[in-house]
Design a binder for this molecule. Structure first.
Ligand SMILES: C[S@@+](CC[C@H](N)C(=O)[O-])C[C@H]1O[C@@H](n2cnc3c(N)ncnc32)[C@H](O)[C@@H]1O
Length: 204
């Protein structure tokens, strides 16, 4: 496990997001039971030998799926500010091709630049403040390989029996605008969820 020192504030941030009057709690939540994993994995089309980042990995259920697909020649970095979740995942995946990292994807991380064939971010972005979104964009630009892809799973921007307040949610169009990256594919990946895949070049 890669541990970032002196980052207690990062964990606090993840546990207690604040958006003006809005508060949004992330800790301990997993979308696993609500998402169509097979559809997501098919759309991502991972290949043996690739390098993947699961940013905001939670309990790491997708990182494990990615690891099986990239194989021993590939590598999966599983990053989350939640030290408890990362410690548990680290114990479960010791000796595998998964590298666990305590970190914040909205700030410069310890991860290597221009390395990632895929950065996967599921049910995390709606928790970012405007300032965090800017930091996220900068770190994406640093980490993505030239031909790398970004995949974001988010909750649809309409009433659902679960999820954050509507004003915190992004539609696929709003995501594309906020990240200024070229959108490749948008698809439904479960009741109330979509996957948006981006190429690593600016939207036109
Ligand atoms: C709702 S959970 C989603 C977990 C998993 N990706 C999934 O889809 O089930 C949000 C996760 O994002 C993490 N998180 C929150 N802020 C983050 C940040 N700035 N950088 C990376 N991860 C963050 C939380 O700790 C939490 O594990």
């Amino acid at each position: 496990m890669i541990q970032k020192s002196g980052r207690a504030s990062v964990t606090e941030l993840a546990n207690h997001e604040r958006h003006g009057a809005q508060e949004h709690h992330h800790r301990g939540k997993s979308s696993e039971s609500r998402l169509d994993k097979a559809r997501i994995l098919q759309a991502l089309g991972l290949m043996p030998g690739q390098t993947v980042l699961d940013a905001g990995c939670g309990n790491g259920y997708m990182a494990k799926e990615f690891a099986a697909r990239v194989g021993q020649e590939g590598k999966v970095f599983a990053l989350d500010p939640d030290e408890v979740a990362i410690a548990a995942l680290s114990e479960q995946t010791a000796g595998t091709n998964i590298v666990t990292v305590v970190g914040d994807i909205t700030a410069p991380t310890v991860l290597p630049a221009a390395t990632f064939d895929l950065i996967y971010v599921s049910n995390v972005v709606h928790g970012f403040s405007t300032e965090q979104l800017e930091g996220f964009k900068a770190e994406l630009q640093r980490l993505l390989a030239p031909d790398g892809k970004l995949a974001i799973v988010e909750i649809v921007k309409r009433d659902t029996p679960f999820g954050p307040p509507l004003e915190l949610r992004f539609s696929p169009e709003e995501l594309q605008q906020a990240l200024a990256l070229a959108g490749l594919t948008t698809l439904d990946v479960g009741e109330g969820f979509y996957l948006q895949i981006f190429a690593n070049h600016p939207s036109t």
